[in-house]
Design a protein around this ligand. Structure first.
Ligand SMILES: Nc1ncnc2c1ncn2[C@@H]1O[C@H](COP(=O)(O)OP(=O)(O)O)[C@@H](O)[C@H]1O
Ligand SMILES: [Mg+2]
Length: 184
């Protein structure tokens, strides 16, 4: 079984993926660390000041692993192409902004990530790389890690039929906070 857990930075991937791996006795894999260890990078993104991961090398490696794995990455295209489940963690942009600031992100960087969350960037990349039926959004706002993992286990047991559809853009328009995230 290959499980991909993705989402905007700060949505709780690492906490959730580690707990899920423990519960189902699978190997937890942090893709940033895996790429660092093997020096799987193809360049430098000068705008974002981050190394550009060699997603092909990473995903090929993951696809060849035999045992059960839970993969933690904010880059869905780096995940195993033969994933059985792709979970995208979603967090209300206000909560995400607070979490990232608490994590020490600069205002500008926190805002950029909140905008990506509002615009479904991670979800879209997942849908571009995996069949839609494999991709499950999970609203992880105001929910404990235990509960998020329990939802994932229910999905894997076929107990969840209705898919959550997250639409932060409509919600923040209703809440009147659009201009907090996208300044004209
Ligand atoms: N379910 C949750 N409820 C509240 N805070 C959480 C939850 N999951 C994670 N956090 C906190 O949010 C921050 C980001 O979590 P982390 O697992 O590192 O996210 P990611 O790996 O997606 O960047 C951490 O400070 C973590 O303690
Ligand atoms: Mg993480």
């Amino acid at each position: 079984m290959k499980i991909l857990i993705s989402g905007t930075p700060g949505t709780g991937k690492t906490s959730t993926a580690k707990l899920l791996a423990k519960k189902i006795n699978a190997k937890y894999i942090d893709l940033n660390k895996l790429a660092e260890r093997n020096k799987w990078f193809i360049g430098w993104d000068n705008e974002r000041k981050v190394k550009i991961m060699d997603t092909e090398k990473v995903s090929t490696f993951l696809s060849e692993i035999k045992g059960d794995i839970v993969v933690d990455t904010h880059i869905p295209s780096a995940g195993p192409p033969n994933a059985d489940y792709v979970f995208i963690l979603r967090i209300h942009p206000e909560t995400l902004l607070e979490r990232l600031k608490n994590k020490g992100y600069r205002e500008e960087k926190a805002l950029e990530n909140a905008q990506a969350e509002i615009l479904d960037v991670c979800l879209i990349e997942a849908l571009e790389n995996f069949r839609g039926e494999l991709v499950w959004e999970i609203n992880a706002s105001k929910v404990k890690t235990e509960e998020i993992v329990s939802t994932m286990l229910k999905i894997m047991n076929g107990e969840v039929k209705e898919r959550e559809r997250i639409d932060w853009l409509s919600l923040i328009c209703e809440e009147g906070s659009l201009e907090k995230f996208f300044k004209p």
